[in-house]
Design a protein around this ligand. Structure first.
Ligand code: GLN
Length: 456
């Protein structure tokens, strides 16, 4: 009731949710009854979870923020959602996003713009802006997002919550509306590292419905967490941290840079050795990401032909049925990505763009590998600036894309990364949050969570 009251009170300004369940209290009462009968209820019993609206939920809308899926109610749960329910969680509703996850502000939603709870005139980040804002405003306890190029980590940074992008393959993508399948992962938001770890425990693991989900054993991510009172003075002694030099360069807000330096000193105090490390291919990641993500999306979104999926307009012949339905159903950013992707994949241009971008992707993977052979964890800002004003970058897509520079390389390499609040810069009435990004080796979420927990 406490959460629902706050949700009702704050939602008219924040607008995190596209849909709010009306069965939350009933489900909570059912869990209560089970507890009284001493029945098994699961580790997330009664925990309210917000789910990004590109993750399928049975009997609830799943629009992916697009008009083309306006009335779509999937007959099934995404594997991550099914697992949450199996752990006792209650789905409180579906959170706002940029259409199909394409954007960095939630202004690209076909339905509404979500506001940043720290300053209502600013964006919460994106594309999982609704999920981040909902946890930040305590409208729900934890939430699910998706991260193709930073969509969990950048909004976590803008809203001062913890955001975890798992290793590619750690969490099943079954039921996640595909944007760029080789980069997409479902990720976790919480108001602490512990919460993010508990959520990751619930959703991880192999799934025969997603051939790219990993068969690796899933550790208990919460076994790393120990009471802070019993920590020794240098609990992270021996841990090697590499600060990525290229992420503290021109174009990055100076207050953001100093927050990262402060975080690095804090890690040193905790016993880590901190050195600078270079990722020479860092700046190539952004153009490569936008070519690859657009190319994959142009293919993935071909399924919305108004016959297999998608709202259908009335038309008198087949080509205009396809064309008019897609013209009406997709927003402008999505159309731009489809056109760019189709171009990059077309016969005359494939070698110059798509193939080139794949070569860059291999370079990025190689340079991360080298840096992570020398270091346990790499750190950087999660975004080059704090949250900016709603409308500021809306008509300048290139400026918006440039804001993804800190996060996209991690998706190209498939690595796990944790973002957590590390400071504030001037702005708004109380200051604006800055997030620290910690990048780990593939499938080493445990180390990220352990270090993040001690750091926070
Ligand atoms: N902002 C990036 C994009 O528009 C990343 C989005 C995401 O991770 N879904 O592609």
């Amino acid at each position: 009731e406490d959460y629902l009251n706050r949700l009702r009170r704050t939602e008219p300004q924040i607008k995190s949710f596209l849909y709010i369940s009306d069965t939350v209290l009933r489900e909570a009462e059912e869990i209560d009854r089970k507890i009284q009968r001493n029945e098994e209820v699961g580790p997330l019993a009664g925990v309210l979870v917000g789910v990004k609206d590109n993750i399928c939920t049975a009997h609830m809308p799943s629009t992916a923020g697009s008009k083309i899926l306006e009335n779509y109610r999937p007959p099934f749960d995404a594997t991550a959602v099914r697992k949450l329910k199996g752990n006792g969680a209650i789905i409180v509703g579906k959170t706002n996003l940029d259409e199909f996850g394409m954007g960095s502000t939630t202004e690209g939603s076909a339905y509404q713009v979500t506001a940043n709870p720290w300053d209502l005139s600013r964006v919460p980040g994106g594309s999982s802006g609704g999920s981040a804002a909902a946890v930040s405003a305590r409208q729900c306890v934890v939430s699910l997002g998706s991260d193709t190029g930073g969509s969990v980590r950048q909004p976590a940074s803008f809203c001062a919550v913890v955001g975890l992008k798992p290793t590619y393959g750690r969490v099943s993508r079954y039921g996640l509306v595909a944007y760029a399948s080789s980069l997409d992962v479902i990720g976790c938001f919480g108001s602490s590292v512990v919460d993010a770890g508990i959520l990751l425990n619930a959703i991880s693991g192999h799934d025969r419905l997603d051939a790219t989900s990993s068969k690796r054993e899933v550790p208990d991510f919460t076994s790393q967490f120990i009471a802070k009172e019993i920590l020794e003075p240098k609990p992270l002694k021996g841990l090697r941290i590499g600060v990525i030099r290229e992420t503290l360069d021109d174009g990055v807000d100076s207050e953001v840079i100093s927050s990262i330096h402060t975080a690095a000193s804090h890690l040193e105090e905790l016993g880590c050795s901190v050195t600078e490390v270079s990722l020479p291919s860092f700046s190539l990641g952004l153009p490569a990401y936008y070519i690859l993500a657009s190319s994959e999306s142009s293919s993935n979104l071909s399924r919305y032909d108004a016959i297999r999926y998608g709202n259908q307009v009335v038309a008198d012949e087949l080509n205009s049925l396809y064309g008019d339905s897609r013209t009406k159903g997709f927003g402008s950013e999505v159309k731009m990505r489809i056109l760019t992707g189709t171009y990059a994949l077309s016969a005359g241009y494939y070698d110059a763009y798509y193939k080139r971008a794949q070569q860059v992707r291999a370079l990025v993977q190689k340079s991360f590998k080298a840096a992570l052979d020398e270091n346990d964890i790499l750190i950087s800002p999660a975004a080059p600036s704090a949250a900016y004003k709603i409308g500021e970058k809306k008509n300048d897509p290139l400026a918006m894309y440039a804001g993804d520079i800190m996060t996209v390389n991690v998706n190209l390499a498939g690595l796990p990364a944790l973002v957590l609040p590390c400071g504030f810069v001037e702005g708004g009435s109380v200051g604006l949050p800055v997030g620290l990004q910690m990048i780990g080796a593939a499938f080493d979420e445990e180390k990220l969570l352990k270090v993040g927990h001690i750091f926070e």
